[in-house]
Design a binder for this molecule. Structure first.
Ligand SMILES: C[S@@+](CC[C@H](N)C(=O)[O-])C[C@H]1O[C@@H](n2cnc3c(N)ncnc32)[C@H](O)[C@@H]1O
Length: 353
C-alpha cells in the first residue's frame, strides 16, 4: 500500500460526529487489548543509551520539511537509513540479519508487511496535518506531563513538540515514542529527535560538537555528524531539562499499555497519525486512546485519512468504535475536524466527558 504527499488548499471544517447507526451494546465485551495475536513482536522498552550508542560516528543526512502552515520539521532521509542498515548487516552473521532489516533495505519502503513492518520509515500525510494542528494549540494544553505518540514512525508531531518545548523552556516532560519496529525507533525516530535538538543550538556550538573527533569534518547544512560528544550533550540536555525520552517497540496490547504507564508521568496528550488503516488493529489502537483519555483524562489526537483504500480501515469505522464504547459507558467524547476536504483527511479530538 502506498500513499503520496500532496497538499491542496487546506480548508478546516469541524463537525461533531454522529456515527452511523450505533451498534447495540455488547454484554460480553472482550477488550481487544487483551486478545492480541501471539505472532506479533511483543512490547519492549528500547534502552535510550544503547540506542544512542548504536548511532555513534554515524553521519545523518536529513531533510528540513516545511509544512503548509510554515512549521519546519526534520526527518532523516530514507536512503541514509538504508545505508546504515546495509552497513550494519554487512557486519552481522546471516542469522542476525532479520526479516525486518531485509524489508527496510528493500526497494519499496512504502510496503506494509503485516506483523513485520508497518510503514514507519516514511512520513505519512496526516502526520504533517497533525503538526499544523498542534501549532494552533496552546502550550498549556500540549505540555501536561507525558506526551505519547503511538505508531510514531518519523514522529513529526513529537519532534515538533520537542522543538517547541526546548525553545520555550517547557521542562519536566515525558515523551513516549512507540513504533512497532525497533529499527524504526533507533534509525529514524531517535535521529529525528537529535537533529531537532541540534537545530536549537548556537551554530558555533554545533560545529564544535561535530568536529570534536576530527577537525576536518565537513559541516554541511543537511547533515549531522553524531560524535560521542554530540550524543552526550543531547543526553545531558534531556537530564538538565528533566525531559525523558522513552522508546517502546512492539505491538499495541495490554502489556504495551502497562509499559507506557510504568514511569512516574501521567499521560496528558496522546497522539497517533495514520494508524487506523487496518480493520484488525483499529479496535486495539482505539482502545489505547480510550484508555488514556478515560483513565488519565488525556487529550487524544487521532489523525487519519477518511478511507484507506485497499486495506479496509476508515474514519467511519473509528467513529463507530468510539460510539460503541460510549454506549458501553466509557466517559469519552469526540469531535472530527476535517482537514483538506479535497483529500479527505481528518483530525479527531477525543476527550474525557
Ligand atoms: C502508516 S505508519 C504511520 C507512521 C506515522 N505515524 C506517520 O503518520 O507518518 C503506521 C505506524 O503504526 C505502527 N503500527 C502499526 N500497527 C501497529 C501495531 N499493531 N502495534 C504497534 N505499532 C503499530 C507502525 O509501526 C507505523 O509506524
Amino acid at each position: 500500500m502506498s500513499f503520496s504527499f500532496g497538499f491542496t488548499g487546506d480548508s478546516d471544517d469541524e463537525y461533531t460526529s454522529v456515527a452511523d447507526p450505533a451498534p447495540k451494546q455488547e454484554d460480553n465485551f472482550i477488550n481487544p487489548l487483551d486478545c492480541v495475536p501471539s505472532n506479533v513482536y511483543p512490547a519492549k522498552e528500547v534502552d535510550l543509551k544503547q540506542a544512542l550508542n548504536s548511532l555513534k560516528s554515524t553521519r545523518v543526512t536529513f531533510e528540513t520539511y516545511v509544512t503548509p502552515e510554515g512549521n519546519a520539521v526534520f526527518r532523516r532521509e530514507l536512503f541514509d537509513v538504508k545505508h546504515q542498515v546495509m552497513m550494519e548487516d554487512d557486519n552481522s552473521t546471516d542469522a542476525e540479519v532479520t526479516d525486518e532489516h531485509k524489508i527496510l533495505i528493500g526497494t519499496n519502503a512504502t510496503d506494509l508487511v503485516k506483523n513485520v513492518y508497518e510503514g514507519g520509515l516514511k512520513s505519512w500525510e496526516c502526520s504533517v496535518d497533525t503538526v499544523d494542528y498542534l501549532c494552533s494549540m496552546q502550550d498549556e494544553t500540549l505540555f501536561k506531563d507525558r506526551i505519547v505518540e503511538l505508531g510514531c514512525g518519523t514522529a513529526l508531531p513529537s519532534t515538533y513538540l520537542f522543538n517547541r518545548a526546548l525553545r520555550s523552556n517547557h521542562n519536566n516532560l515525558g515523551f513516549v515514542l512507540a513504533d512497532y519496529n525497533e529499527s524504526v525507533l533507533r534509525l529514524v525516530t531517535l535521529p529525528n529527535l537529535i537533529v531537532t535538538w541540534a537545530s536549537t543550538l548556537e551554530p558555533e556550538q554545533l560545529i564544535k560538537l561535530q568536529r570534536s573527533e576530527d577537525e576536518t569534518i565537513p559541516i554541511v547544512p543537511d547533515e549531522l555528524q553524531l560524535t560521542q560528544k554530540l550524543l552526550d550533550q543531547f543526553y545531558s540536555t534531556l537530564q538538565e531539562k528533566s525531559i525523558s525520552i522513552r522508546l517502546i517497540s512492539g505491538a499495541w496490547s495490554r502489556s504495551f499499555l502497562e509499559l507506557v504507564n510504568s514511569d512516574n508521568h501521567q499521560t496528558g496528550l496522546v497522539i497517533t497519525s495514520e494508524t487506523i488503516y487496518s480493520p484488525e488493529t483499529l479496535p486495539v489502537i482505539s482502545e489505547l486512546v480510550i484508555e488514556f483519555v478515560s483513565n488519565a483524562k488525556a487529550l487524544g489526537i487521532v489523525a487519519a485519512k477518511d478511507i484507506y483504500f485497499g486495506v479496509g480501515g476508515s474514519l467511519v469505522e473509528f467513529e463507530n468504535y468510539l460510539t460503541k464504547r460510549q454506549l458501553q459507558g466509557m466517559p469519552i467524547q469526540f469531535v472530527v475536524n476535517k482537514v483538506n476536504a479535497g483529500l479527505k483527511r481528518s483530525i479527531v479530538l477525543v476527550t474525557n466527558n
